[in-house]
Design a protein around this ligand. Structure first.
Ligand code: DAH
Length: 363
């Protein structure tokens, strides 16, 4: 009998030592010490034994049970500890994981395109400035060398503001308007900073037009670089890298003569069409139809530009901007136009309708 007890104890202890989880240990406890287990039954039936054996067997069985219970308790403590460690490692919060919240919105396409343009110019060493949307006739027209009878100055061509005592008078000029372009910031920037100067000015501008490619309010980015010996070659180099950054590394640009009051010479810049690769035809389609984007010309107009007219430099009234000492180029581009060309948006007005079906395509 005592042999059997020793066997049960040894078997129990071996099994307990080999247990690897708390659950397994609990099963072992039931199997070895539970109500149906052999050892406790043995103890329970000690009274059936001959009196001479009772004491010895009872004592041995009791010791075995206690030893086994102690072994189980010790192993349980060990397992709890390792299981806790494992749990802590598994539950560790990885603060670098992205959040799981549902996305709640995105940038508007125009904001994205504006930021892309800003990034390109920041990379080229330009600063980003902003300017007032209500402007004086002086900065919007006169300082930019517009003749007195320039059509843009017409009342029907421009949103004039009623004179108001609440608006600060500037340069003795109380007549204010919603700026028709971002170009007034050219002179404002030169008044505020010494050359060399390289800035871009993104912002809202206003004109009384409304159709598929014009809205009364839209966005432009003005650019101005003034330094010693800036030439058309600098203009072409900068705008080529910009065109490539926006429309793809394969693009080319060409300069077409044009007229703007505030640049001399003035040019319009065309970029080779990114839809047809500048060929004018959709070669990958059967019958090689004419490219609808560039209308078969291979070129798309993207902005106006030119070398800053000496009169604009003189309008600053600052000797630092003496046209005999410094030169530069300026340009202006429409953000909506760039966005429409780049993403194939067919109607400008879609950009202002806030229809999620459009916005979500670019979120
Ligand atoms: N301000 C012109 C417009 O709104 C665009 C422009 C053309 C800006 C030539 C310039 C420039 O700086 O040099 O149509």
């Amino acid at each position: 009998m005592q042999e059997r007890i020793a066997e049960l104890r040894a078997a129990g202890e071996a099994a307990v030592a080999a247990a690897t989880t708390t659950e397994e240990l609990e099963e072992l406890r039931v199997r070895h010490l539970g109500r149906k287990a052999e050892l406790p039954n043995l103890l329970r039936n000690v009274s059936d034994l001959p009196p001479a054996e009772r004491g010895v067997v009872g004592k041995a069985a009791n010791q075995a049970r206690q030893a086994l219970q102690a072994a189980i308790d010790a192993r349980a403590a060990e397992l709890r500890e390792t299981e806790l460690d494992a749990q802590l490692i598994a539950d560790r919060v990885d603060v670098t994981l992205p959040g799981r919240a549902e996305p709640v919105g995105g940038l508007h396409l125009l904001t994205r395109v504006r930021r892309d343009i800003e990034d390109v110019f920041l990379g080229l060493g330009f600063d980003v400035l902003e300017g007032p949307e209500t402007e004086t006739v002086h900065y919007n027209f006169d300082a930019l060398n517009h003749e007195p009878n320039h059509p843009a100055r017409d009342r029907s061509d421009t949103f004039y503001l009623a004179p108001s005592p609440h608006l600060p008078a500037a340069d003795g000029d109380r007549q204010r308007l919603l700026r028709t372009h971002t170009s007034p910031m050219q002179v404002r920037a030169m008044e505020q900073q010494d050359p060399p100067l390289a800035v871009i000015v993104p912002g809202r501008v206003y004109r009384p037009d409304s159709d598929a490619t014009h809205t009364p309010q839209f966005h432009q980015v003005e650019g101005l670089w003034i330094d010693v010996d800036i030439t058309l070659a600098d203009l072409k180099g900068v705008l080529l890298s910009v065109a490539r950054a926006i429309f793809g590394a394969e693009r080319d640009i060409r300069l077409r003569p044009h007229f703007f009051p505030f640049t001399e010479p003035s040019v319009e810049i065309d970029v080779s069409c990114h839809l047809c690769g500048g060929t004018g035809f959709l070669r990958h389609e059967p019958g090689h139809p004419r490219c609808p984007l560039c209308k078969g010309t291979g070129w798309i107009e993207i902005l106006g530009s030119g070398l800053v007219d000496p009169n604009v430099l003189l309008a600053t009234g600052r000797p630092e901007y003496d046209p005999e000492k410094v030169q530069g180029f300026a340009f202006g581009m429409g953000i909506e136009r760039i966005a429409m060309l780049r993403y194939g948006v067919p109607d400008l007005r879609l950009l202002y309708e806030n229809d999620l079906r459009l916005l979500e395509q670019f979120a």
